[in-house]
Design a protein around this ligand. Sequence first.
Ligand code: OGA
Ligand code: NI
Length: 355
Amino acid sequence: MTSAAHVGSNLNAMDKFMSNGHNHLHVQDKHVFPPGERPDMSQVCHSYTFPVIDLKDLDAPHRINVINDISQACEEDGFFQIINHGVPETVMKSMMGIAKEFFEMPVEDSVCFHSEDPRQAVRVTTSFNVTKDELFDWRDYLTHPCHPLEEFINSWPQKPALYRDVAGKYAKEIRVLVLRLLAAISEALGQDSDYLNAMFGKHIQMLHINYYPACPNPDLTFGAAPHSDPGGITVSMQGDVSGLQVLKDGKWFAVEPIPNAFVVNVADQIEVISNGRFKSAEHWGITNTTTARISIPTFYGPSSDAFIAPVASMVDEEHPALHRGYKFEEYMKAFWSQGLKGKSILDRFKIEISP
Ligand code: OGA
Ligand code: NI
């Protein structure tokens, strides 16, 4: 591409970002979900508290109690919050601060990372998967791989100036935390603590920064349309603005932020591996009229060559295998082949049980 053409395509891209200062002033038709598919705020329950699990004793003699709590939360809710998780508050605060700076800097400074191609590892884009989305989410996001750190850090944004330093420290801490959670979940599945670590192969750790500008009419659109997460587990920093809601027993429940806690959720691969015992719950993000919201999920899961299948200990005559085994890259190909649509991807891997 000539440099003039490049500048042209960047200008074009800038105009697509929600964070560019004018796109979020009115709700354009492309963001308006049909009645019946919108977030019905009047039906969302705010009085239920998802389990809050204290990880203080995870490496202590009472480990089994914490594992039981995690097991129960994965089974009944698919979502829980964790406290005493070991990630320093300063690291969390700096990460949230730099994320905010990233989306508040002029879009000219981030547009060089714009790409609509999900194969592009480091990228900024809008909605979810704009070449496939039928309607657009009210968000921009930055995403990039984090593990192994040395392999990827030099491809991350350099503006704001401290981005690599801050996000690198955050990613390292999150990985330590995730490995402890994977060991706990392996044990909750009745396996050796290394089970998921080994199954995930080389591992993939994706840091994601969701930026949801304030929206003039949050009833019409989604920050993030209903979906379940694709990887193994997701560990999210929610900041202090609520917006995450989760489907449980057919009803939507708000996950209210707890200062310095992380939200953890089971994603599709752990649902498959646990043979449906642990729930990869459907969830969505909503916007509000007054405050931009930032959430920072880390999607952690298997590398593309890993083979995912139900663990033998969860399969018996009474609990036949619900999904066939597959290479993770097959799942991801399906994931990027459409917009966000509830739990429709996992359905493709279901084993038909004859009546
Ligand atoms: C996601 C997601 C919800 C949120 O990015 O997968 O579910 O709280 N986001 O921002
Ligand atoms: Ni999600």
